[in-house]
Design a binder for this molecule. Structure first.
Ligand SMILES: Cc1cc2nc3c(=O)[nH]c(=O)nc-3n(C[C@H](O)[C@H](O)[C@H](O)COP(=O)(O)OP(=O)(O)OC[C@H]3O[C@@H](n4cnc5c(N)ncnc54)[C@H](O)[C@@H]3O)c2cc1C
Length: 335
């Protein structure tokens, strides 16, 4: 089944995604700001991937409330007044607020599900010296053996929800993001087939986060080390140079359509062809299947908003060919 078909199937089912009770099986610090946490448990045999590939798959982590245990997965289950099974989120929202913890999004950096003890890796950006949220604090204190609760796609539901990367038939792919998007960009590069041209731009705090990113695609990776520059400044400049305003197809509809739809009530910008398709926005012209170029952009929300303005408004690139994802927002906790 294609990623799109499985996403559609997953949308139909309340059981498409659910909580997995896991344990920390390893912790590796990859420099002072990046911590790789390996999570394992027999339950992971029920975790879905796209035929082994995870691309940019996101999961939710339940971060325990201070001094409280993590909720049990069974606590998410139940039925509404009409007898319909609750989604995991509805179940979680019914739990008493004081003990249900906080939800935060992370990326499956790697899944090793075929082995006797299946595992996934999650890379946590730590921001020492900066504002600390519940997830960064929790990740910084984890020890091997600690429990973890991950909400992810269920194999039994025949879906692989949480994959946003959907280039259709594009042969040229642009990937751009900051350090929080590094796990996703690494996963996309790893899972791309040969014959695709991939250009990746990754802005990181310093050289400690620079690593080899293997790919079968014809890939170039440009690392931009922030060292003193404002967040997103180097990445924005690099993308603007890679795709100058004159390079796009002039498309007046694309320039003006829908750019104001992300209102102040939404903390994070999230404007992707997949999301619009799944959550009911009208189809807006040709989709990525027919386009030779596809861009995937993620990271700090204001930075992504600026790049969206550039690519859609100034370059006229159709929104059906670009996924814009605010992964976090400076000064604002994730909700
Ligand atoms: C789909 C998706 C996938 C993601 N994948 C990853 C991933 O693999 N690894 C990863 O590290 N992050 C990832 N993120 C980003 C992560 O969810 C956010 O950084 C989240 O805000 C962290 O939660 P928190 O509880 O630590 O901070 P919050 O409570 O959300 O925020 C508290 C404060 O910390 C600040 N803050 C949050 N994140 C950062 C940061 N990275 N640098 C500096 N300040 C920050 C906020 O602006 C706020 O002021 C992903 C986000 C999404 C939406």
């Amino acid at each position: 089944m294609s990623v799109q078909a499985t996403l559609d199937a997953g949308r139909q089912s309340a059981q498409a995604a659910g909580p997995f009770a896991l344990n920390v099986t390893a912790i590796r610090d990859l420099g002072p700001r990046l911590r790789r946490v390996t999570l394992g448990g027999a339950g992971l045999h029920g975790f879905a991937t796209d035929d082994g590939a995870t691309w940019d798959m996101r999961v939710k982590l339940v971060i325990p409330s201070p001094g409280r245990p993590l909720p049990q997965p069974e606590a998410f289950e139940g039925h509404d007044g009409a007898g319909a099974a609750l989604t995991w989120r509805q179940g979680w929202l019914r739990l008493p607020e004081a003990g249900r913890g906080e939800l935060r999004s992370y990326t499956v950096r790697e899944a090793r599900l075929g082995q006797a003890s299946p595992e996934i890796d999650v890379d946590f950006v730590l921001h020492p010296g900066g504002p600390q949220g519940p997830a960064a604090r929790w990740a910084g204190k984890l020890r091997t053996g600690d429990p973890a609760l991950v909400v992810g796609p269920r194999a039994a539901a025949g879906n692989c929800q949480g994959i946003e990367f959907a280039p259709g038939g594009a042969r040229h792919v642009l990937l751009a993001g900051d350090e929080t998007a590094l796990p996703a960009i690494a996963g996309i590069l790893r899972d791309l087939p040969a014959g695709i041209r991939a250009e990746a731009f990754i802005e990181v705090p310093d050289a400690a986060m620079v690593e080899e990113l293997p790919s079968r695609a014809t890939a170039t990776v440009t690392w931009l080390q922030r060292s003193g520059h404002g967040h997103g400044e180097l990445l924005t400049g690099a993308v603007r140079r890679a795709i100058p305003a004159t390079a796009g197809l002039p498309d007046p509809d694309a320039r003006d359509s829908g750019l104001e739809e992300v209102g102040p009530e939404r903390t994070l910008l999230w404007d992707t062809p997949q999301y619009r398709r799944l959550f009911g926005a009208p189809a807006d012209g040709p989709d990525a299947d027919g386009a030779p170029f596809y861009a995937w952009i993620a990271g700090e929300s204001s930075m992504v908003t600026g790049l969206r303005r550039h690519l859609v408004r100034e370059c006229g690139i159709h929104r059906g060919s670009v996924a814009f994802m605010g992964y976090w927002k400076q000064g604002t906790p994730q909700r």
